[in-house]
Write a protein that binds this ligand. Structure first.
Ligand SMILES: C[S@@+](CC[C@H](N)C(=O)[O-])C[C@H]1O[C@@H](n2cnc3c(N)ncnc32)[C@H](O)[C@@H]1O
Length: 158
């Protein structure tokens, strides 16, 4: 598969997965977090489909499209580990987490998602959901929407 096809499948999986999860979390209290602001595409989508939720967003750098700049109070700028601890200290509970950290080097990305999983678990609302481009550890893996190949994007319940 070309990298262009792979990218298109990834973006479609993100959109379909986030739309599907927005329905799943109806009735579950809590905020939303987007791990990896990047260009701001998934953050922008989340705020469009979940306008009534507070959406935290985390990244070591602020380099998104200007139209997707999050409010300063919702942006956690820094390395994931200290920022996850900071978020935990606020006492928030997360109903939906989208994990989109990654460097493109699979071994490193899988090791990082495993290392961060316990810190992510500590901020999740019991019964909350996670959508992830990398495997997470310690959550119940669930089947996502039929439009997404099972290995393309991953779905979990806390
Ligand atoms: C694939 S991009 C996110 C794309 C974004 N969700 C979008 O739709 O535009 C991954 C982002 O995660 C950030 N990142 C990766 N590992 C990180 C870490 N350990 N701590 C903080 N940010 C990290 C990178 O700076 C990068 O902007």
């Amino acid at each position: 598969m070309s990298r262009l096809d792979s990218m298109l499948r990834r973006l479609a999986a993100q959109r379909d997965g986030l739309n599907w999860m927005a329905d799943q979390i109806t009735g579950i209290e809590g905020d939303v977090v987007d791990f990896g602001l990047g260009n701001g595409r998934t953050y922008d989508h989340l705020r469009e489909i979940l306008p009534d939720r507070r959406i935290w967003v985390m990244d070591r750098v602020l380099q998104c499209h200007p139209s997707c700049t999050p409010p300063a109070e919702d942006f956690l700028q820094g390395e994931a580990e200290p920022m996850l601890r900071k978020l935990r200290e606020t006492g928030v509970k997360i109903a939906l987490a989208h994990y989109d950290f990654g460097s493109g080097i699979k071994d490193n990305d899988v090791a990082e998602s495993a290392r961060l999983s316990p810190l992510i678990a500590a901020i999740m609302q019991p019964g909350g959901y996670l959508v992830s481009g990398q495997p997470l550890v310690g959550f119940e893996q669930i089947k996502g929407p039929d439009t997404i190949a099972p290995d393309r994007y991953l779905f979990y319940r806390a």
